[in-house]
Write a protein that binds this ligand. Structure first.
Ligand SMILES: C[S@@+](CC[C@H](N)C(=O)[O-])C[C@H]1O[C@@H](n2cnc3c(N)ncnc32)[C@H](O)[C@@H]1O
Length: 248
């Protein structure tokens, strides 16, 4: 379970190189949401499921006071090293997003890159409750997610990246259970060393599919104002990635 966030944590940023390259645009969009949707000035942010800190560091670079929280110590080791390397002051906490116990401490809570899909019907309600408690009045919760239900390719999709002199070959495929809306995400990561030897890791993860309407209806039970955006713009009919924006 969660090999991507443990034994492969050091490879995470190389595997998601294209995401790393796009993070500036994502945070531009998120800053627009802070400006236009939040009902208070955003200075203090809790980045839940922060992983190796790809968005966390970008928020800190822009002057926000950020706390990053993640379940996996291996991911936080990478995040802390990167932050230190850039001289960024970020508090990183190892913990479960479901067990956070902050009281009106943050202006914004974020949860990037599909992490919200780890929470099933009952867990997501618990998550919304804890996030709402952690937010100050008028604070904003932002989370992005895809909906593979609508004909996402089942794969296999093969792609490659590099980390130093190692070559990474990823083979992804997905199996969707239509009745339970469970997504079984499978990835074979092969690391080819310069001498030709290969290390292979199998990632086998279970995620929960939410349609944008389901996500909105669930969030509306907990937040005063909820809106679903498309991917870095207002929602369009053919969008396949969504941004939940919820205001306390
Ligand atoms: C796809 S990664 C996203 C990482 C980061 N948000 C980003 O944008 O690159 C999902 C992250 O969720 C974390 N995670 C999964 N379940 C969690 C939980 N219950 N509490 C905190 N973190 C969790 C994993 O450890 C992993 O780092």
């Amino acid at each position: 379970m969660h090999e991507l966030y443990t034994v492969l944590a050091e490879y995470y940023d190389a595997i998601y190189r294209r995401r790393v390259e796009r993070i500036g645009k994502e945070i531009d969009f998120v800053e627009g949401l802070f400006e236009n949707e939040a009902e208070r000035e955003v200075r203090k942010i809790l980045d839940l499921a922060c992983g190796t800190g790809i968005p966390t560091l970008e928020l800190a670079r822009r002057g926000y006071k950020v706390t990053g929280l993640d379940l996996h110590g291996e991911m936080l080791t990478v995040a802390r090293r990167k932050a230190e390397g850039e001289g960024l002051k970020i508090e990183f906490i190892r913990g479960d997003a479901l067990e956070i116990d902050f009281e009106e401490k943050f202006d914004a809570v974020t949860m990037f890159f599909s992490s919200i899909m780890y929470f099933d019907d009952s867990a997501i309600q618990q998550l919304f409750n804890s996030v709402k408690r952690a937010l100050k009045p008028g604070g904003i919760f932002i989370a992005d997610f895809p909906c593979w239900y609508y004909g996402g390719r089942d794969g296999p999709i093969v792609w490659d990246e590099r980390k130093g002199d190692e070559r990474l070959i990823m083979t992804d495929w997905r199996e969707v259970e239509p009745a339970t809306q469970k997504l079984h995400f499978k990835r074979l990561v092969q690391i080819v060393r310069p001498d030709g030897s290969v290390m292979a890791f199998m990632v086998d993860d279970e995620l929960n599919i939410y349609t944008p309407r389901e996500m909105r209806l669930l969030a509306e039970k907990h937040f005063r104002r909820v809106k679903i955006y498309g991917d870095l713009h207002e929602l369009r009919p053919n969008d396949r990635r969504y941004w939940l924006v919820a205001v306390k």
